[in-house]
Design a protein around this ligand. Structure first.
Ligand code: ADP
Ligand code: ASP
Ligand code: MG
Length: 409
């Protein structure tokens, strides 16, 4: 008897018909003799709707109350799914984050899973029950409700699979695997049979929202191998796993895009030890996630720093930086640009192949797409472009690396 942990995302439980479909899939697994724990998201659109309601009442909704509110979305879907299963004669029970023993730390709306005490889940499994666990939520040691960041049900599923030592972990969604690029953007994107944790992590953290990036980090840390597949068909999905030597033969595994990016540039800062720390420190204190950082020294010896961030953070970043700039130099200037997007190419094969950046930049140049900032890691090259050009840019880069074609081994 295998223990299978599955996760069904918002679109997979987005209507009563979809919930019935999920219930039938779980019943089939159960009838085949498996033990099933299904982690479920809120019905598609519910989390956004709840945020919208809170924001109408208060422009800056208190995060503690947001957590109480948003966690109710997942609570609806677990009860509905368990109800559907019982209607089909399956002995199913729902479990909230607290009941599933998910202990969190960190801040409201960005909780981190600290520990899982699966004693109640284990007791239900011993009674041969199917368990439906609420994704995206946990409670602190002192009993406060935390949510785990957008897309956080992925993290719940991976953590529950690790805690229960599941035989199989599946992330079921509205696409049948991880593709070389978002198939909604690049129509001829190809489904990958497998991808390494590091590549999945880079893709997820640079905009491929098919997996939440922190869930991939967790999977890597605890060695949870998982499959991304569809809740609507039985096509083979994508295995996310530890890298093996054959994987390096492929130079580029995939391309990610991230919209709604903005740039802040600060110029005419004296080039002195500690100044960069003061600037980044002000952004960190304002809890702003800075992505790319490019710094250099102009011919007059003054420093220039550029950062990218989500457009929503731009106003707060300006407010946080202004007092620091005033203290650093009377001449310091701050300039901003919104309407950007980021394009990233990812592949562990980059470690052993050269010329990737040149090929990517040439293709973008030939297509008349201007590159703004550039940043790289060992397995990623990322550039900013105008947001209006991002889809073309993704298609051009996908094409030049022939990602639609199966690589020759
Ligand atoms: P769920 O509600 O199941 O959590 P998400 O909407 O979070 O689903 O993630 C699935 C979506 O991720 C797909 O519909 C697809 O548009 C998008 N996506 C982005 N990049 C990729 C990629 N490289 N491969 C597959 N899907 C991707
Ligand atoms: N419902 C949450 C969200 O929309 C968590 C999830 O779907 O994974 O982000
Ligand atoms: Mg998701």
């Amino acid at each position: 008897m295998a223990l299978i942990v599955q996760k069904y995302g918002g679109s997979s439980v987005g209507s009563l018909d979809r919930i019935r479909n999920v219930a039938s899939r779980i019943k089939k697994l159960r009838d085949e003799g498996n033990q099933v724990v299904a982690v479920v998201s809120a019905m598609g659109g519910v989390t956004d709707k709840l945020i919208g309601m809170a924001t109408q009442l208060n422009e800056n909704p208190p995060e503690r109350e947001l957590d109480v509110l948003l966690s109710s979305g997942e609570q609806q879907s677990i009860a509905l799914l368990a109800t559907a299963l019982q209607g089909m004669g399956v002995d199913a029970v729902s479990a909230t984050g607290r009941q599933a023993g998910i202990v969190t730390s960190g801040s409201h709306t960005r909780g981190r899973i600290e520990d899982i005490n699966p004693s109640l889940l284990q007791a239900y499994l011993d009674e041969q029950k199917v368990i439906i666990v609420a994704g995206f939520q946990g409670v602190t040691q002192t009993g406060l409700i935390h949510t785990l960041g957008r897309g956080g049900s992925d993290l719940t599923a991976i953590a529950v699979a690790a805690a229960l030592k599941a035989d199989l972990c599946q992330i079921l969604t509205d696409v049948d695997g991880v593709y070389t690029c978002d198939p909604r953007v690049v129509k001829n994107a190809r489904k990958l049979p497998e991808i390494s944790y590091d590549e999945m992590l880079e893709m997820a953290s640079s905009g491929s929202k098919v997996m939440q990036s922190r869930s991939v980090e967790f999977a890597k840390k605890y060695g949870v191998v998982f499959e991304v597949c569809s809740s609507l068909n039985n096509n083979p999905g994508t295995l996310v796993t530890e890298e093996h030597p054959a994987m390096e033969a492929v130079v580029i595994r995939g391309v990610s895009i991230e919209r709604s990016q903005a740039r802040v540039t600060i110029t005419d800062i004296p080039d002195r030890p500690g100044n960069s720390a003061k600037i980044l420190g002000a952004l960190a204190d304002a809890e702003i996630n800075v992505d790319m950082i490019v710094s250099n020294i102009a011919s007059d010896g003054m420093a220039r720093h550029s950062f990218t961030m989500h457009t929503n953070d731009l106003g707060r970043a300006q407010a946080a930086l202004q007092p620091v700039l005033n203290s650093l130099s009377a001449d310091a200037q701050l300039e901003t640009e919104a309407g950007l997007a980021k394009l990233s190419t990812v592949g562990i094969g980059m470690r052993s192949h050269s010329g990737v950046a040149a090929k990517m930049f040439q293709a973008l140049g030939d297509a008349g797409i201007n590159i703004g900032m550039i940043s790289t890691s060992e397995i990623k090259i990322a550039v900013t472009v105008d947001e209006t050009a991002i889809e073309d840019a993704a298609r051009v880069v996908h094409e030049v690396f022939e990602l639609d074609k199966k690589p020759v081994a």
